[in-house]
Design a protein. Structure first.
Length: 206
């Protein structure tokens, strides 16, 4: 496959914020555009409705931060940590994550479509009621996580480890049981029929 999901042109960066301490700072409906944040400590930041457009985050610590109705559009996150971070009803469309850590990350609601989480280790995360259409989860390790009521239509899941996931209520139309690890997943009856049909089985009532 020549094309890789999540590839995009390099964004224009106009300014840089480096080595600053934003610990516990409150961001209220602020706007940031084309800024590189490098080794910034955003631990316990409270972000209400702020917008980041085509920004870069490198080595940024988002630990125990809370983001509500925030927007990160076409942003790039490299080697960032999200331990205990919460994103509620946020928009991260088109953003890319590379070598980030997501232990105990919680995502509730919002739109994360077209994001790139290739080879991400998502173990320990909780994700629910999120739109993740056409997301690149190739090779991601989501073993045992809660991934409920998530719109995964058109998502790339080749090589993803979904073993033991709770997938109830999620759109599984993009899952190829032969290309992803799905042993022990928790699904509902409707999803079971969907997967059986994708395997070429003829499902009929008794």
């Amino acid at each position: 496959m020549a094309e890789l999901r999540g590839e995009k042109e390099i964004s224009r960066i106009d300014s840089e914020v480096r080595d600053e301490d934003w610990n516990a700072r409150e961001l209220l409906q602020q706007t940031f555009s084309h800024i590189a944040f490098v080794d910034v400590d955003m631990t316990e930041v409270v972000n209400n409705g702020s917008t980041f457009t085509e920004c870069e985050f490198r080595g940024v610590r988002f630990n125990v931060s809370v983001h509500t109705n925030a927007v990160f559009v076409n942003c790039t996150f490299v080697a960032c940590t999200f331990f205990g971070a919460t994103f509620a009803h946020c928009k991260l469309v088109g953003s890319t994550f590379d070598r980030c850590t997501f232990s105990t990350l919680e995502i509730e609601g919002g739109d994360w479509s077209f994001i790139a989480l290739r080879n991400a280790d998502l173990r320990g995360a909780r994700i629910s009621h999120v739109r993740m259409r056409e997301a690149d989860l190739t090779g991601a390790n989501a073993q045992g996580i809660s991934l409920r009521h998530v719109d995964l239509s058109g998502a790339w899941l080749d090589g993803a480890n979904l073993s033991g996931c709770d997938l109830r209520g999620s759109d599984l139309s993009s899952i190829d049981p032969m290309a992803s690890k799905i042993n022990g997943v928790i699904i509902d009856w409707e999803q079971a029929v969907q997967i059986a049909t994708s395997l070429g089985l003829d499902v009929r009532p008794n």
